[in-house]
Design a protein around this ligand. Structure first.
Ligand code: PLP
Length: 366
């Protein structure tokens, strides 16, 4: 049997995606926002020291410390998988376990990287409505066993905003932290969409991180409007001990680090990080409002950040794709995810709503 070509090697792979249309598949379908792009251009001057010993990297780390209003250790990685996997591996030993939601990116979308980089720490999944973990499920999973044969629970990993587009409130996080502390768990936060959570909650970043016991945050830049790059932020500084070696060994130490760091400077100084997130959230809200007006559209989870999850009949999903729309249906059982990004515009949302309305009513009237 001839193996299928990877999609990017297939003929017409370019023409499928370069129609100029903005899609709702993921916020990483978007390009680079002007503030990040401009900072890259400004960083592109002459020679500077490599491997992070440059002024852009120092400045980006300082701006992150300012944003979180605390003295923390900051590292930069190329993507979220590496950021999560390396952060988690710094938080536990190989005989420990990491608790996360069954839909968590670390469990479902990282090809075992957290287990690999931690030399075998086991991921234990818990369920929970709307992609959120409840304190009781954490206690249950920890207390299920306490003998030497069970991988000792050591880390609670929370995604903020969650994989189902919901957010943990300050109170939710406080309750989870109480539970984590009771069971001697460290707290990791996958913040690939952290900015969207901040925008949705309208709180200072510290209120949903170190003040509620988050030890390490992976703060996503890519989906927020950068070309590439995530910040790994250690609020519990001792966990960052020798972390630079982990990054280097994993191939995550950028030699021209200024280009990973400069976009953070551009985004943080201009406030674009929060504006971009608020725009994406607002567009998702408009999409939700529009879809609520269409009879028969069923919502899977509550929209709180920048994505909307609905159930679509298979023929409607197919017809939408035929019209050129890209979106994910990995949720199973007719579930479709529509994700807004920093550059999603009202016209994109209106066009999508119109297409869904037309296709839904056309089919259901037969
Ligand atoms: C996108 C995403 C990541 C990072 O994914 P990469 O493709 O490795 O950059 C991590 N966590 C969540 C919840 C995500 O959605």
């Amino acid at each position: 049997m001839v193996p299928a070509l990877p999609h990017y090697l297939r003929k017409n792979a370019m023409s499928e995606t370069s129609t100029g249309r903005r899609h709702f598949a993921s916020d990483n379908y978007s390009g680079v926002c002007p503030e990040a792009w401009d900072a890259m251009a400004r960083a592109n001057q002459g020679h500077v020291p490599a491997y992070g010993d440059d002024e852009w990297t120092a400045k980006a780390a300082d701006l992150l410390r300012e944003l979180f209003e605390v003295n923390c250790e900051v590292f930069f990685a190329f993507n979220g998988t590496a950021a999560n996997a390396l952060a988690l591996s710094a938080m536990c030993q190989s005989y420990h376990s990491i608790l996360c939601h069954e839909l968590a990116h670390a469990e479902t979308d990282e090809c075992g990287a957290p287990e690999f980089f931690s030399n075998g720490s086991k991921i234990l999944v818990v369920s929970g409505e709307d992609g959120r973990i409840q304190p009781d499920s954490v206690s249950h999973m920890v207390q299920r066993r306490c003998d030497i044969h069970y991988p000792k629970p050591r880390v609670l990993s929370l995604t903020q905003a969650t994989e189902l587009g919901t957010v943990y409130t300050v109170n939710d996080l406080q309750a989870l932290f109480e539970t984590a502390r009771r069971h001697d768990l460290r707290v990791h936060m996958d913040g690939a969409r952290f900015a969207n959570a901040v925008a949705a909650l309208g709180v200072a970043p510290k209120e949903i991180t170190w003040k509620v016991g988050v030890d390490v945050l992976c703060f996503g830049g890519t989906k927020n409007g950068m070309a590439v790059g995530e910040a790994i932020i250690f609020f519990k500084k001792e966990l960052a001990h020798e972390f630079a070696y982990r990054c280097k060994q994993a191939g995550q130490l950028a030699s021209k680090m200024r280009f990973l760091a400069a976009p953070w400077v551009g985004m943080l100084e201009s406030g674009a990080w929060l504006r971009n997130a608020a725009q994406a959230n607002r567009m998702a809200e408009q999409l939700e409002l529009g879809l609520q007006q269409i009879p028969g559209v069923e919502f899977i989870s509550r929209r709180q950040a920048n994505s909307v999850f609905v159930r679509l009949r298979p023929e409607v999903a197919t017809a939408l794709r035929t019209r050129g729309w890209r979106f994910y249906t990995f949720i199973g059982a007719g579930g479709a995810r529509f994700m807004c990004s920093w550059d999603t515009a009202e016209t994109d949302v209106a066009t999508l709503i119109a297409d869904i309305r037309e296709l839904t009513s056309a089919k259901s009237s037969t």
